[in-house]
Structures are given as structure tokens and as C-alpha cells.
Design a protein around this ligand. Structure first.
Ligand code: CUA
Length: 455
């Protein structure tokens, strides 16, 4: 036998090495753990997309089922581990002679009582998992009949686009300025009443996406040519993070959304405002409106891209309050600049893809912007909706969301823009970099003022 194999078989020679290894790991843990807030975040399990803090009945059912499985498998692990450890210790080779011993000529055939007992035990454990599993499959499939009967249910159609979400309120219509009616449409922020069961019809315009609100429900795929749905209910008013959970292209990981649950009274107010056409801010209306202090917020901290995505601490502390503040007109609105922005919105071909209902635009391939100024995030939940962020986004959407159609609408990319808008050619490419829409800083400022006036 080789010395190494002998060491592994008998273990004794490895003991000093494993002792040193354990000491090293322990020392490393002592040095690294306390100073590493990222690790703390991971182990505290309390992030905004933690499934362990369920805040609605569907997520709670899913969590409870998960825990049933954890307990059953922990039980199996302990039993099997104990038997294995016992066998390892009791039957280990105690001498050279033991190691080279021949196997017994006739192995035993076991004890029928033990074997049948193990089969029965395994079946029982599977049944313990199966019963709540089947119950939850039924429960999470659709809104409970009691909620439907009591009128405590609503329907939303969510459509996945590369890389954002469209939300249509199935039973809410809006009057179109051109005459006729359409469904109320929003993008990336789904506002619902708390305590109401929400059935979400899941659709996609292009590839397979997946709809997931970790604290409320999930996740179900949005598939071409397949009518999937899920439902959720938020226990109480709050601000919830959502995320596409199926790889769908370059910007999959930053295809996010938010669910904002409001009290019924707040929801009615919100709905009324959403149904109204876009707000027109003129010098007269601005003078008439009470000015409120501006609140900036944060959405995402992305260590991988330095500080680019980071925002203010206010949002992290209380995104729900930040969302509320965002509903009000901002201080220092400039009517002339807003009017200029509105002109540019039409002239710079934004209208081809976007709609500002009551103003200009009839595009349906990009997010509806009628009330974009009242959203807490832009770019599908990736950036806080502050003037600074919106400016950066319009200046160079590709930097924040690779492959997005606002940037790539026409032409082929032969390089990329850095955050300052400077052309950085891809090495080896010979042609000019081609961009869909070119805007000057002043034009972007005007567009930002206009879009932020749309409360
Ligand atoms: Cu959409 Cu991943």
C-alpha cells in the first residue's frame, strides 16, 4: 500500500494536518467575519429580496413548505449520519491484519424487520412532505374563492420585455385624449392595495422571463404562447422588491421591478391620479401648487460597478416613505424648461416607443411614462429616480443596462460610451460607434425636468 493511501485509510497521520487546517480556518474567520458587512448581510438573511421574511400568505405558504422539507431532511441526515458514524468507528481497521482481511465468504442478508421498517419509514417521510406540497400547489395556483366572492380580488396583466415589466390593470380603464378608452398601464412599479388578492396574468413580448416578488410570491415563468398566472397578497402597506428570475439576455440580472402596497384609501387616491392624463406644469400651475422639499432616494448599490448605482441612505432606510415623497411635485420646477423638454420628447423620437397619455406619444414598445415622475425608480428598478440619475440614464443607457433598445434601436454598436458619454471603441473594431439618439446636456436637462414633472 502506498504511504498516502495508508494515511488516508488509518487517518492517524492526517490528524496534525487537519488540526492546523482547522486552526487556520478559525483564525481567518475571526479576522474576516466581523469586518465584512457583506457577509453579515448574507448571514442575517434580511435583505430586501429575502424569501425568509414572507409578508403575504402565498410567500408564507411557500416558506412553511420549505421548512417542512428542511426538518424532514434534517431528521434523515441525523439518522443516516449517526448510523454512518457508528459503523465507521465500530468497524474501522484496528490493525495491519484487519486491513488485509478477506471479506466474509457469505454476507448476511439483513433483518427483514429492519428493511421493511426502513421502507415504511421512508414512505412515511415522503408522505409528510407530499401532503403540504399538494395542499400548497392548490393554494398558490389561484386566488381563494372566498376572496373572489367577497370582491377582495383584482387582476393585473404583467408583460415581460427585454428588460422591463409592463403592468396593465385589467379592470381599470382610462380615457384616451384621442377618444376611446384603454386599460390603465404602468411600468416597473406595480401599485396595489394591501390585503387584496392580486391575480397576475403573466405574459411576455419576446423571450422567457420569470416573475418573482420574494417576500410576496413567486416565481412563475412568463412564457411565449402560454397563459401562466400567479397570485399574491400583501399583508400590509409596504415597498417590495421584484426581480426577473429567468435568464433572458444581457440585462437579465438588472431586470427588476417594485410592488408598492398601499392602504385602500391611499390606493384610491393613487388610482385617481394615474387615470388622469399627464400633468402639465406651466408657470401658472407651478405658482398655484404648494412646493414641497425634494427627497432623493437610492435603489441599488452595486459594488461590481463601483459607486455607479448607489444612492442616498434615505431610500435604504425607508423606501416606502421615499416613494410617498416622490408622488408630490418637486421644489424648483421650471415651467419653461419643462415645456422645452416636452418639445424634445416629441422631436427626439421618444414618442415612437413611449406614451405620455394626454401629451404626446403613442408608443407601446417601451414603458408608459404618463406618471414616470412619481415612480421611485427608473430603468426597471435599477436606478433611483433622481434628476441626476435620470440625466445619466438618458446620456448613456447602455452603461447601466447593456443591450437595451432605447440605445440600440437602430444601427450596430462598434464601441461603448463610458459614464461621461465619451466614445470608447471596442478594440479591433474599425467603424464609427453608432447611437440611436444623440442628446446634448442641455437637452437632457430639459427632458429630465419634463419627465420629473409627470407626477
Ligand atoms: Cu427577464 Cu431575466
Amino acid at each position: 500500500m502506498s504511504p498516502l493511501l495508508h494515511m488516508i485509510r488509518t487517518r492517524s497521520a492526517l490528524r496534525p494536518i487537519s488540526r492546523v487546517g482547522a486552526a487556520l480556518v478559525a483564525a481567518l474567520a475571526l479576522v474576516v467575519l466581523p469586518g465584512c458587512s457583506k457577509l453579515h448581510q448574507v448571514f442575517s438573511l434580511s435583505g430586501p429580496q429575502s424569501t425568509m421574511l414572507s409578508e403575504g400568505p402565498v410567500a408564507r405558504a411557500q416558506w412553511d413548505l420549505f421548512m417542512v422539507t428542511v426538518w424532514v431532511t434534517t431528521f434523515i441526515f441525523i439518522i443516516v449520519g449517526t448510523v454512518l458514524a457508528y459503523a465507521q468507528i465500530k468497524f474501522r481497521a484496528k490493525s495491519e491484519a484487519d486491513e488485509h482481511a478477506e471479506a466474509a465468504a457469505e454476507a448476511g442478508h439483513g433483518n427483514p424487520f429492519v428493511e421493511i421498517g426502513l421502507i415504511a419509514g421512508s414512505v412515511a417521510l415522503l408522505v409528510i412532505i407530499a401532503i403540504p406540497t399538494l395542499k400548497d400547489i392548490w393554494y398558490t395556483y389561484d386566488v381563494p374563492q372566498a376572496d373572489v366572492d367577497s370582491g377582495n380580488a383584482m387582476d393585473i396583466t404583467a408583460t415581460g420585455y427585454q428588460w422591463w415589466f409592463k403592468f396593465e390593470y385589467n379592470s381599470e380603464t382610462v380615457k384616451l385624449p384621442t377618444g376611446g378608452e384603454a386599460q390603465l398601464t404602468a411600468a416597473n412599479e406595480l401599485v396595489v392595495p394591501a390585503g387584496t388578492a392580486v391575480r397576475v396574468h403573466l405574459r411576455t413580448i419576446d423571450v422567457i422571463h420569470s416573475f418573482w416578488i420574494p417576500k410576496l410570491a413567486g416565481k412563475v415563468d412568463m412564457m411565449p404562447n402560454r397563459a401562466n398566472h400567479l397570485w399574491f397578497k400583501a399583508d400590509k402597506p409596504g415597498y417590495y422588491y421584484g426581480q426577473c428570475a429567468e435568464y433572458c439576455g444581457e440585462s437579465h440580472a438588472i431586470m427588476k421591478f417594485r410592488v408598492i402596497a398601499l392602504s385602500p384609501a391611499d390606493y384610491s387616491k393613487w388610482l385617481e391620479n394615474q387615470k388622469a392624463s399627464a400633468r402639465t406644469a406651466t408657470a401658472q400651475t407651478l405658482a398655484a401648487e404648494a412646493q414641497v422639499p425634494h427627497v432623493s432616494f437610492a435603489s441599488l448599490k452595486n459594488p461590481g460597478r463601483g459607486d455607479t448605482f448607489a444612492g442616498s441612505p434615505e431610500f435604504d432606510a425607508n423606501p416606502f416613505a421615499a416613494w410617498h415623497a416622490q408622488q408630490k411635485p418637486e421644489a424648483g420646477e421650471n415651467a419653461a424648461q419643462i415645456a422645452e423638454g416636452r418639445k424634445l420628447f416629441a422631436a427626439k423620437s421618444c414618442v415612437n416607443c413611449h406614451t405620455v397619455r394626454g401629451h404626446e406619444g403613442g408608443g407601446v414598445t417601451a414603458p408608459d411614462l404618463t406618471h414616470v415622475g412619481a415612480r421611485s425608480t427608473i430603468a426597471a428598478g435599477v436606478l433611483e429616480n433622481t434628476p441626476e440619475r435620470l440625466h445619466q440614464w438618458l446620456n448613456n443607457p447602455e452603461y447601466f443596462k447593456p443591450g437595451n433598445k432605447m440605445y440600440h434601436g437602430v444601427g450596430a454598436m462598434k464601441g461603448y460610451l463610458d459614464l461621461d458619454g465619451n466614445n470608447q471603441p471596442i478594440r479591433g473594431a474599425d467603424g464609427e460607434y453608432v447611437r440611436n439618439i444623440k442628446l446634448t446636456d442641455a437637452e437632457i436637462d430639459a427632458l429630465v425636468a419634463y419627465l420629473h414633472s409627470l407626477k
